[in-house]
Design a protein around this ligand. Structure first.
Ligand code: NAP
Length: 361
């Protein structure tokens, strides 16, 4: 349990360092890219007590093909279709952010397939309309609306919330899925780093803006509302913005429980999936696209934990947890520190208030 797994990728000059690197790091995968250069993917474990067999077990566990079923009866290899099989969700309304590609798109497809009215919150409405049409072609009964939302802009979030309120639609499920990873350093119009703005602050503000509608919907319908937040932890600034998602879910769940609201909130790590997420980084595209295929899930598997949390009765009443591979998992230590979680909530509220005040949005 004390092990930290680090995946590192190095391009090394074969003649000089290759052998010594192999011995020192215990390289598991190496891919030749030219006669002189090799990409080595090695796993480093920060733990003095970890023995070699345990280490191998840890690696195998990360590969979905070797995954086993958890208490929910599902595993890393389960698909979104499998975890929602037999569920009829007509009459429910879900908002999904970032449903134009990857996990969000598959989540939208599965929810629509199960009868959910899906509101696609997209920054590019032309792309959104195209996806809507494709889904309708595949699932003619699909009930879909497309609404504009740039989650990296507080102004756009405010506009979306106001527009949503004017539709009179209820909200049973909110899926905070949109995300960016490792773009070039950029400040948004609100002067917030792009990943933090997109992955956390925008969704934090959006959730707070929509909570009243969710509470009303849950109260009137007697059906539990569900908030599902896509998270993840390693990788510098991206990792911090995604850790923020788990902190957000934890504190929001605590607050809603305290209020007695019939709404659950959970965060999840979808696994490693080859999607457009790696678009900003060449080495990531390489890793996502070609090297660790066995460890990567496909999007049908990648969207499964989101869909399980959105629809499966097995998640009923469970709130404030961090999930992976369709089962409850252990988040970073920070998420279990209530003091830190609360401080981070206050920081987010303060940052949004100061930004909105200074730009009088
Ligand atoms: N793939 C993985 O291995 C992995 C691992 C851990 C966590 N996740 C998380 O899973 C979620 C989905 O990622 P994915 O892999 O499916 O990536 P993806 O294929 O790149 O999809 C990201 C979606 O987010 C949208 N988006 C980005 N910035 C936005 C903004 N400012 N406003 C509105 N929408 C925005 C994108 O819209 P456009 O089409 O307009 O760009 C796209 O629809 C993310 O939160 C990601 O951090 C993914």
């Amino acid at each position: 349990e004390n092990a930290f797994l680090t995946v590192e990728c190095a391009i090394v000059d074969q003649k000089s360092t290759y052998q010594s690197l192999l011995t020192a790091a215990g390289a598991l995968l190496h891919v030749y890219i030219s006669p002189n250069f090799t990409i080595i993917l090695h796993y480093r474990i920060r733990s003095s007590s970890l023995s070699q067999p345990k280490f191998l077990l840890l690696i195998l566990e990360k590969m979905w093909i070797f995954s086993w079923k958890g208490p929910t009866g599902f595993s890393a290899s389960s698909t979104a279709e499998e975890v929602t099989r037999g569920i009829e969700a007509y009459g429910l309304t879900a908002i999904i952010t970032g449903p134009t590609s990857g996990i969000g798109l598959e989540t939208a497809r599965i929810l629509v397939l199960r009868g959910v009215h899906v509101v696609m919150a997209v920054r590019n409405t032309t792309a959104g309309q195209k996806v809507k049409q494709e889904l309708i072609n595949e699932i003619p009964k699909a009930k879909i609306d497309v609404m504009e939302l740039d989650v990296a802009s507080l102004k756009s979030v405010n506009k979306f919330v106001a527009a949503y309120k004017s539709t009179g639609f209820p909200i049973n499920i909110l899926i905070a899925n949109a995300g960016v990873m490792a773009p070039p350093f950029t400040l948004t119009e609100d002067n917030i780093e792009l990943q933090f703005a997109t992955n956390h602050i925008g969704h934090f503000h959006l959730t707070n803006g929509l909570l009243d509608i969710m509470k009303n919907t849950a109260e009137k319908s007697g059906i539990e509302g569900r908030i599902v937040i896509l998270s993840y932890t390693p990788l510098l600034a991206y990792g911090q913005s995604k850790l923020a998602n788990a902190l957000h879910a934890k504190e929001l769940a605590r607050r809603l429980k305290e209020e007695g609201a019939n709404i659950t909130v959970n965060s999840l790590h979808p696994g490693v999936i080859a999607t457009n997420l790696a678009r900003h980084t060449a080495w990531m595209r390489l890793i996502f696209g070609y090297i660790v295929r066995l460890m990567l899930k496909n999007v049908e598997q990648g969207a499964s934990t989101t869909c399980y949390l959105a629809l499966n009765p097995g998640a009923k009443g469970i709130s404030g947890e961090y999930w992976a591979d369709n089962n409850i998992s252990s988040p970073s230590g920070f998420v279990n520190d209530p003091e830190f979680v609360k401080k981070f909530w206050d920081f987010s509220v303060d940052l949004i208030e100061r930004t909105l005040t200074s730009s009088s949005l």
